[in-house]
Design a protein around this ligand. Structure first.
Ligand code: TLP
Length: 340
């Protein structure tokens, strides 16, 4: 029985076309700025996001951390939505690498300008300076939720009024683009820095790109160096990213349809689940997520627990609609066995 891996959209393997693009990539030493494939990837991503400049980085985590590091000082406060990846899943990097504290806002990963205004500390000696606002779109822990554009604009206005740097963790911005039909540049417009991933739904093996103004990206470049993220013949990876941008954005609609198919099937089997996920993630509730995940694993359905009482299933390039039907049959068998 072949495994059906729904742990994350990070598990995809490069397609034949992507492998060919990698094998044939023109490369050079990117620390000297001499890798033509990296330069092309940066230019292409910057154009898609409507920003003047871009920088290829090894991971989404580094994209976020290198985007924040130059614009904060130790002791500062970063405001971010409840459940933000930067707070929960980056190994404490905001504190460890930049000395900042992250303060959560709102519910389900989303918040409003009023939340930002209310959270900003007074300019008085008792308080840590509030310096930066980070938005995550789509929002992972709330199940791939899209952060509505009008709310982002409201947040951006509040940030601008108070001179705060505005960062977008757009690891899955492409999913928001496809789910809403709103172009990437519109989502990116209010932000000073935007980090987008190539290695989530787009199916590239490695890499993210940070976009912003020339001045901002020069500073992010220094932070990337500081964090050890300069790469040499990185064009092999950039070629995979370019291939992904050309070939794998529109097809995210298939992942969204597969997520809806899975959610409807789980609801039909009596599980507590949002039957209409917005993008490619399905959160569902069980009493013992670890035991349920282990029972699924025995039947070769790989789904990880995600927070108390919940599991997260993610659809991606390497699962088909038939795989979802198979997964539902196997999940039904686990439930039928009274487990757990
Ligand atoms: N998310 C991973 C895990 O780290 C949880 C996943 O499986 O979803 N921002 C967001 C919103 C992310 O979801 C992730 C990865 C990152 C940043 C970090 O990207 P990488 O893993 O490339 O450092």
């Amino acid at each position: 029985m072949p495994p059906i891996d729904l742990r994350s959209d990070t598990v995809t393997l490069p397609t034949a076309g992507m492998r060919r693009a990698m094998a044939e990539a023109e490369v050079g030493d990117d620390v000297y700025g001499e890798d033509p494939s990296v330069v092309r990837l940066q230019e292409r991503t910057a154009a898609l996001l409507g920003k003047p400049a871009a920088l290829f980085v090894p991971s989404g985590s580094m994209g976020n951390q290198a985007s924040m590091h130059p614009f904060v000082r130790p002791g500062d406060v970063v405001l971010a939505g409840a459940g933000a990846h930067i707070l929960h899943f980056e190994g404490g990097a905001p504190a460890a690498l930049s000395g900042v504290q992250v303060q959560s806002l709102g519910h389900d990963g989303c918040f409003d300008g009023a939340d930002v205004r209310a959270a900003i500390h007074p300019d008085e000696a008792h308080y840590a300076p509030t310096r930066l606002v980070a938005v995550e779109n789509t929002h992972n822990l709330s199940g791939g939720r899209v952060f509505a554009l009008d709310r982002i604009q409201d947040v951006a206005a509040a940030a601008r009024d108070h001179g705060l740097h505005l960062h977008l963790d757009g690891a899955r911005l492409w999913n928001a683009v496809v789910a809403t039909g709103t172009p990437a540049a519109d989502w990116a417009e209010p932000f000073d820095t935007v980090s987008v991933c190539l290695s989530k739904g787009l199916g590239a093996p490695v890499g993210s790109v940070v976009c912003g103004s020339e001045t901002v990206i020069r500073r992010v470049h220094r932070a990337r160096k500081l964090m050890g993220g300069g790469m040499r013949q990185a064009g092999f990876l950039a070629a995979a990213g370019l291939y992904a941008l050309e070939n794998h954005i529109e097809r995210l609609a298939d992942d969204h349809a597969a997520a809806r198919q899975l959610a409807e099937g789980l609801a039909a089997r009596g599980l507590r689940v949002d039957p209409a996920p917005e993008t490619n993630m399905v959160m569902f509730e069980v009493e013992s997520p670890a035991a349920f995940s282990a029972a699924l694993r025995e039947r070769e359905v790989w789904i990880n627990p995600m927070g108390p009482g919940r599991l997260r299933a993610v659809t991606h390039l390497d699962v088909t609609s038939d795989d979802i039907d198979d997964a539902l049959t196997r999940i039904g068998a686990v439930l039928g066995a009274g487990s757990p």
